[in-house]
Design a protein around this ligand. Structure first.
Ligand code: SAM
Length: 413
């Protein structure tokens, strides 16, 4: 974003978001922006905050030599935002003036507006963040990934996570209006220039939906047949429900969260697809009949989605993982009981951690002696993505960037 007088409100809101995430540990999705911000300013504030979080380590490397001691967080975040804007090509004088004005307006920052001015005037010219090493993932994620994939792979993943992720969409069968983009081998379309999604051709007519290429692969691996009874266990916000319904399955979509299920209903309505919606805790729900196929997209650490959620490294410390692993195992055991004898269950998580993928699968195979893995048979799937167990490991550095996922198809003997 280029500096300009109209962007002061977006800028102050962006600093507020950074204070909430980095100071109070709030998730980006939960931060409430101030009332009275226009739609475009709201979007700009969110974009600025996300970009600063994604580049935070690089930004701090630029600032560190210019600061004798760490200023209060609210001041530091004004400086961080200004460094990002300079790196993004905004003119120095505009960025400095507006950062100083922002500091003057805040009760907690006004006494340090002189410092803001001095530091920003001392920034190198140009501010080249891309020349610095990509931000590293926190230790609780990085260490197990180095162990699982090796150091080079982790560096490649971190390089991708420092970039603005592309937007992929899944076309509906027989779609007429599609936005321009590159068709990936799996059939997802990577948009050439996303801009405002709701303005793209085919959005209003429901000809496609936004869904990362990796997220779309679980249902592609399932090989759904028309008329099959399919249960989507953790369904919201519903990208995979749409795929299942579009493939002609009779879909039951279940999720514990009513507000999130409302988004599934909206998505079905826009795309003209249908599914039975159930709001329930899968750990207590009872199925009335068994299913031909079940998709379990289990709640997880979401470590495969750091590109889109750059706040996660700052608000999570890995302490939730053990609880999530136990929940995934309990959901998996329960879901297996709803399968027809010849049925298949696709288990997936958007996690990079083996604990929520490969190890979870190995533990399930031990708990259920009759359970077997069906290796994928898709011509476009690179064989090196298939694990020794027959699961699929998707990494963020594949195909120029995708979410990290683990997917496995299970059958009971
Ligand atoms: C990874 S998200 C699912 C994403 C979804 N499948 C999609 O493609 O859009 C995990 C979901 O699990 C749901 N969930 C968590 N615990 C659950 C439970 N005990 N029973 C049912 N749903 C649960 C959450 O509300 C969340 O929507």
């Amino acid at each position: 974003m280029k500096a300009g007088s109209d962007s002061v409100t977006a800028r102050s809101a962006a600093v507020g978001v950074l204070n909430a995430v980095l100071g109070d540990g709030q998730m980006l999705s939960q931060v409430i922006l101030p009332d009275g911000l226009s739609g475009p300013d709201r979007a700009r504030a969110e974009r600025l905050a996300v970009q600063v979080l994604r580049q935070l380590d690089r930004i701090d490397r630029v600032l560190r030599p210019l600061l004798r001691k760490a200023p209060p967080l609210a001041v530091l975040n004004i400086l961080r935002l200004a460094v990002w804007e300079r790196a993004d090509g905004a003119a120095a004088h505009g960025v400095v003036n507006e950062a100083v004005a922002l500091a003057r307006r805040g009760k907690r920052t006004t006494h340090l507006s002189g410092l803001v001015n001095a530091v920003l005037r001392a920034l190198p010219e140009p501010v080249d963040l891309a020349a610095l090493p990509a931000p590293q993932m926190p230790r609780w994620i990085r260490q197990p990934l180095v162990h699982a994939y090796g150091r080079d792979a982790v560096v490649a993943i971190e390089a991708v996570q420092a970039q603005v992720p592309p937007v992929d969409v899944t076309p509906k069968a027989g779609a007429v209006a599609l936005p321009e983009g590159e068709v990936l081998p799996s059939g997802s379309i990577r948009l050439a220039s996303p801009g405002q999604i709701t303005q793209l051709p085919g959005y209003d007519s429901g000809d496609w939906w936004v869904q990362d290429a990796a997220a779309a692969m679980a249902v592609r691996l399932m090989g759904v047949q028309k008329g099959e009874a399919v249960l989507d266990v953790c369904a919201a916000p519903g990208g995979k429900t749409l795929q299942l319904a579009d493939a002609g399955a009779r879909v039951t979509a279940l999720d514990i969260s009513a507000p999130r299920m409302a988004r599934v209903a909206e998505n079905l309505s826009r795309t003209g697809l249908t599914a039975d919606l159930v709001v329930a805790d899968a750990l207590h729900w009872e199925a009335e009949a068994q299913f031909d196929a079940i998709l379990l997209d289990a709640p997880c650490s979401a470590t495969g989605t750091l590109r889109r959620h750059p706040d996660l490294p700052f608000i999570k410390d890995g302490s939730e993982v053990a609880g999530l692993v136990a929940l995934q195992a309990a959901l998996l055991d329960r879901a297996l009981g709803w399968l027809k004898p010849s049925g298949r269950l696709v288990y997936c998580t958007c996690s990079l951690l083996a604990a929520e993928g490969e190890d979870q699968l190995a533990a399930a195979l031990l708990r259920h002696p009759g359970l077997a893995v069906v290796p994928p048979a898709l011509p476009w799937l690179p064989p090196e993505w298939v694990t020794a167990q027959g699961g699929v490991r998707l990494r963020p550095d594949y195909w120029g960037g995708m979410d990290g996922f683990f997917i496995a198809t299970l059958i009971t003997a």
